[in-house]
Design a protein around this ligand. Structure first.
Ligand code: ZN
Length: 318
């Protein structure tokens, strides 16, 4: 029952943060795109493109939050939690595109070497205002994202934190552009912003695909599972252990070996105890499947899963 409440909280938080960040970013993006164009600053324009990407991201988040909220069905027996990961993946591609475009146009200006006017002073003011606005939005999303453990909200908060660094760089760049009266510096900052946007995109891409391909960041969860099995003396040789995340909760499969002479009742009891122990070790469990084999049973092939020996070899890193 606790999980149901938690999921509803998460869905609601996803919708609220989406609307807030969308409205905030739309205002900032419009201001920077307009000022960037009017004042003739590539750096502010790049910053505006980045915020525009954030508005599109927020739109995706709203659509994802509606889909994720649907209950499991015959067609989607695991529910639709992974739609969040797919949405994050799409998001990373959009950010990558925005960064690539900005990098290309800034490099174009530097390479062409054409004479350019100094950007207008208003560029400085809009950048300072944007830093304050984004800091507020990022802080808000980190707080909510951590509370409801949503990878999408935290990814978006991290992206906004990156925006603050971007706008900070733009501010410093503009300062030197004015002081040194060197308009080309503005395009150089535009390049740097483009590269930074691309870096953020790659990080978000790797995060979202890891969960989509059922990968885990470290071997910690496996160590916990083996510890849990070890506390049941009748359960031997845990193997074929597979743990993957579904909407932030662990789906765990494992094989254990029991004395072949045990009754089905007794074997089931032991399997239940293994499950209970795992639930007490691992936070947020989606489901656990325990497959029972007679002691000494050898598979013809061992094509998947983790064994304790594998953890020892890699020092806990999966
Ligand atoms: Zn087995």
């Amino acid at each position: 029952m606790a999980k149901v409440v938690k999921k509803r909280d998460k869905d609601k938080a996803l919708r609220t943060t989406s609307v807030v960040s969308m409205a905030g970013n739309a205002v900032l993006a419009a201001a920077k795109l307009w000022v960037g164009a009017v004042a003739g600053s590539m750096a502010v324009l790049a910053d505006g493109v980045d915020s525009m990407a954030d508005v599109i991201i927020s739109l995706i988040m709203v659509v994802a939050s509606v889909i994720v909220a649907r209950p499991p069905s015959r067609r989607f027996p695991f529910g639709l939690d992974k739609v969040e990961n797919v949405a994050t993946l799409v998001l990373s591609l959009i950010i990558f595109y925005a960064g690539g475009r900005m990098l290309a146009s800034s490099v174009g200006i530097i390479v062409s070497g054409q004479e350019r006017a100094l950007p207008g002073m208003v560029a400085l003011w809009v950048t300072a205002g944007s830093i304050a606005g984004k800091l507020l939005l990022a802080w808000y999303q980190f707080r909510v994202g951590r509370r409801v453990e949503s990878s999408l909200i935290v990814a978006n908060a991290r992206n906004m934190q990156g925006d603050v660094i971007i706008s900070g760089g733009v501010l410093v760049g503009l300062f030197f552009t004015y002081v040194l009266r060197l308009p080309v510096l503005d395009a150089v900052v535009g390049c740097a912003v483009g590269l930074f946007i691309i870096k953020t995109a790659i990080e978000i891409f790797l995060d979202s695909t890891l969960e989509l391909v059922d990968g885990v960041k470290d071997g910690e969860v496996y160590r916990k599972i083996f510890d849990a099995v070890a506390r049941v003396p009748e359960a031997h040789h845990p193997h074929h252990v597979r743990a993957r995340l579904i909407g932030g909760a662990w789906m765990i499969d494992l094989d254990i070996e029991l004395d072949g002479g045990l009754s089905v009742d007794r074997a089931h009891e032991i399997a239940e105890r293994v499950e209970e122990n795992i639930r007490s070790e691992v936070e947020r469990v989606y489901d656990i499947e325990v497959h029972i084999e007679p002691l000494g049973f050898r598979h013809k092939r061992e094509p998947f899963g983790v064994t304790p020996a594998m953890l020892d070899r890699s020092g806990g890193e999966a």
